[in-house]
Design a protein around this ligand. Structure first.
Ligand code: ADP
Ligand code: MG
Length: 390
């Protein structure tokens, strides 16, 4: 789960990372008011979306008057901001952060990630920050410092100091850097984060280290024990299809095609998507309803798939081992009636109680298209799609 920059800054500040003073606004007027409240003569106005690359996309601006703050903020609110990291739809701007402008002498990069090879938290840092880590890795890989942290010991002071020196920091900044590194590490570990990134971490004209940007992601599986983090969730930043599926406990990934898939088992779901492509179609989603799917669960799966307006045909493919075909068949019939389906639905059932399942489908009198094999199901789904287009 991702959170906003201002939320990450608030968290990191609590652990001891210096951040600029700032305030949140939900309207242009409020943004202007925040600037006045903060005082000073220069502010940076920043769109709060779950994406980096906002600066290059016009989502961050240095403003020199209250009017300019208000004006720039009014161009941001309600806009879909498209950055290098978002899809073509971008992310909606509903919150804006206003903070005092810092005088930047140098921009550093600092990231904490999970290194799967060493199974440890790894620090990645560079004295040349500001740009995205991917670009940094491509253009200036020699500047990247890496350090893994022993979970039994934690990030020791000498290790942090070693990294600070490797980044070429001066004596006066080394102690500040050590504080920041240890604070980030504790925030990462104590809150079940999966990523902490400060880019840029700047050295100001007067030699102070300050986090001008902050990004944190958290392990969704640990949210049950981090209610204070769970509360920071912002649904406006999520793919609505995926968040609804998540609420229902379904594994769903939205795609660009128009054949909606309801499958049990991740492997079969992948194979079905391949077969649809082979037959000349495009899947609208990946969806694994899991084992032991009750009729209610199947109905939810239908609702999830149908929330995608592009879906023109639905393909249900169940290989029932733990599952039972009769349950799934009941779910299909129930969904068809409850949702008032008008789209073609192709159903292929195999495995436990398949005869019973088929009887339920046939007995329903609904115009369902049935298939015996996966290939046949994919062909029929693509054919039904073609018939609609004709
Ligand atoms: P993003 O990574 O999404 O582009 P950042 O928060 O990193 O957004 O902002 C982009 C750039 O704007 C930064 O690299 C920095 O140069 C500048 N910037 C951001 N916040 C401030 C600030 N408080 N004072 C001065 N410059 C800032
Ligand atoms: Mg940044």
């Amino acid at each position: 789960m991702d959170i906003h920059e201002y939320q990450a800054k608030e968290i990191l500040a609590r652990f001891g990372v210096p951040v600029p003073r700032g305030g949140l606004a939900y309207s242009p007027e409020q943004a202007g008011y925040r600037a006045r409240e903060l005082g000073g003569s220069a502010w940076v106005v920043k769109a709060q979306i779950h994406s980096g690359g906002r600066g290059a996309a016009g989502g961050v601006k240095l403003c020199r008057s209250e009017d300019e703050v208000r004006e720039f903020a009014s161009t941001l609110f309600g806009r879909q901001l498209v950055t290098k990291q978002t899809d073509a739809n971008g992310k909606g701007v509903y919150r804006v952060w206003v903070e005092g402008a810092s005088d930047i002498a140098q921009e550093l990069y600092l990231g904490f990630v999970l290194d799967r090879t060493s199974e440890r938290i790894m620090i990645v840092a560079s004295a040349h920050g500001g740009m995205e880590i991917e670009d940094l890795a491509a253009t200036d890989p020699a500047s990247l410092q890496r350090m893994t942290i022993d979970p039994a010991v934690g990030l020791s002071e000498f290790q942090a100091r070693e990294l600070a020196f490797a980044l070429g920091l001066k004596a006066g900044q080394v102690a500040q850097m050590v504080t920041i590194l240890r604070a980030c590490y504790r925030a990462y570990r104590d809150l079940d984060a999966t990523m902490v990134e400060i880019n840029p971490l700047v050295i100001t004209g007067t030699g102070e280290l300050v986090a001008l940007d902050a990004k944190m992601s958290f392990d969704t599986n640990a949210l049950f024990r981090r209610p204070e983090i769970h509360e920071l969730r912002d649904r406006s930043q999520e793919d609505p299809r995926e968040s609804t599926a998540g609420d229902y406990g379904l594994a769903y990934v939205g795609l660009e095609g128009d054949i909606g898939c309801i499958i049990n088992g991740a492997g079969l779901a992948m194979a079905t998507m391949d077969m649809i492509k082979l037959a000349g179609g495009e899947p609208a989603n990946f969806l694994d309803i899991g084992g032991g799917a009750s009729p209610e669960r199947v109905v939810r799966a239908f609702r999830t798939v149908l929330a995608d307006r592009n879906v023109a045909v639905i393909l249900v493919n169940i290989f029932a081992g733990i599952n039972r075909c009769d349950w799934v068949a009941e779910g299909v019939v129930q969904a068809y009636r409850e949702v008032g389906l008008t789209l073609p639905v192709v159903v292929r059932l195999a495995g436990t109680n398949v005869e019973e399942g088929k009887r339920i489908l046939e007995g329903s009198g609904l115009p369902l298209i049935t298939a015996d094999t996966l290939a046949e199901a994919a062909d029929k789904a693509v054919a039904a799609r073609a018939k609609l287009a004709a």
